[in-house]
Design a protein around this ligand. Structure first.
Ligand SMILES: *Cc1c(COP(=O)(O)O)cnc(C)c1O
Length: 398
């Protein structure tokens, strides 16, 4: 939301999260939430209506002509995410990973060159190395930020792709500076950002110069570890191209999942605020433990990404990594996690529950330190979270 919008009643971000995508259902009475409509076939009143709808569809308009087009509730979710991200158009996918894949599959052609940040989500890296590369797309990985990108851009460069912050190590890149580097070139270079950490509303990369923002709706938007979904929001430079490609490829989500995700979105701000506060309490405690080298979390004043986070983000979530001192081995880190009773051991995050996961440090891109544990702090009482982590430290010391 722009500063102007902020002045208008009802337009503050947390208020919009409650009211966006509610639409107008018409009639004298209506439900609070858009209805779930389960259908494959959509029936037309007559053939002339069908002709008109087909023409609108061909012109790129979002119309309800068949189940694969979505439905009222998925349209509502798309509109809500479009508003939160500040884009022109949003498409929904059956998982965050399918959303990650979409801009790469829809835009890139053989001979194109792509610059991927070193700290992207690991399955996105596998997509680059095991799927795009064998199909003639030149995938190059860069360390650092925009200054490094500037030295590596070529005439064939079509896209820069990054997670901001980076996956697991949470390094932050300067989006306006990156946009300045890319926009100054003859050829259109699109900036694609995986904005899962910053969603909903903590980070709005499209307002800072990015062209495409990907969100794993699975995480804080759904918020309850009970569904998989991804979104791609784009600005006017590429929204229509991405929308048409999603239609060509038959990408659609179920109305039940769209409903559940939209329901999660309504309370996302409350959960995020509480989980971020719980995470901060836990981090303050962790930092005093002798085995802890540092906490990787851009909202921490001592983090290398803090200044950019402070400038460009509107808040933080409850996902961070704990880096141990060199005396703690990767096997010790596994013992630490195995000693936890309340934390679940599992991938994904953004649900209401606390999770822990270790990563082999030598296989972790962009990380040159020792053993590391990624923690997601849930809605439990932070005193219980800390008591559980104490069990981990006790295991290290025994
Ligand atoms: C979880 C995640 C994804 C993938 O989402 P899924 O719905 O689990 O496929 C993509 N990017 C990031 C940064 C994620 O954390």
């Amino acid at each position: 939301m722009s500063d102007d919008d902020k002045q208008r009643p009802g337009s503050r971000p947390s208020t919009r999260l409650v009211h966006t995508g509610r639409g107008h259902l018409g009639g004298d009475t209506s439900p609070v939430n858009p209805p779930i409509t389960r259908t494959s076939t959509v029936l037309y009143r007559n053939t002339s209506v069908r002709t008109t709808i087909a023409a609108r569809k061909a012109a790129g308009e979002r119309v309800w002509n068949y189940g694969t087009a979505g439905s009222a509730v998925s349209f509502a979710l798309e509109d809500a995410i479009t508003e939160i991200e500040g884009g022109a158009r949003t498409m929904l996918f059956g998982s965050g990973l399918a959303a990650v894949a979409h801009p790469l599959l829809a835009i890139l052609k053989p001979g194109d060159h792509v610059l991927f940040a070193e700290t992207i989500y690991q399955p996105a890296r596998t997509l680059a190395t095991d799927y795009l590369t064998p199909r003639g797309i030149d995938c190059e990985f860069y360390t650092g930020g925009h200054a490094e990108v500037a030295t590596r851009i070529r005439p064939q460069t079509r896209m820069v792709y990054l997670d901001n912050p980076g996956s697991i190590v949470f390094d932050i890149q300067d989006m306006p500076a990156l946009a300045a580097v890319c926009k100054g070139r003859g050829r259109d270079i699109l900036i694609t950002v995986d904005n899962t950490w910053g969603a909903p509303g903590l980070y709005r990369p499209l307002t800072l110069g990015a062209d495409i923002s990907i969100v794993a709706v699975t995480k804080y938007i759904a918020g309850h570890s009970d569904l998989l979904m991804g979104s791609v929001t784009a600005n006017t430079r590429c929204a229509d191209l991405l929308y048409r490609a999603a239609g060509i490829l038959g990408q659609v989500v179920s109305p039940d999942d769209a409903y559940t995700a939209l329901r999660g979105l309504r309370t996302a701000n409350a959960r995020l605020k509480m989980q971020a506060a719980n995470a901060r309490t836990v981090i303050d405690w962790l930092q005093a433990e002798p085995e802890v080298e540092r906490i990787l979390y851009p909202a921490l004043e001592t983090d290398p990404g803090y200044a950019l986070w402070k400038r460009d983000f509107h808040g933080a979530n409850s996902l961070f990594s704990l880096a141990f001192k060199p005396s703690v081995t990767a096997a010790d880190a596994n013992r630490f996690v195995d000693a936890l009773r309340m934390f679940g051991i599992g991938a994904s995050w953004g649900g209401y529950e606390s999770l822990a996961l270790t990563y082999p440090p030598e296989r972790l891109k962009g990380w040159h330190g020792g053993a590391l544990v990624r923690l997601h702090v849930g809605l439990e009482d932070p005193a219980d979270v800390i008591a559980d982590l104490e069990l981990g430290f006790r295991a290290l010391r025994s």
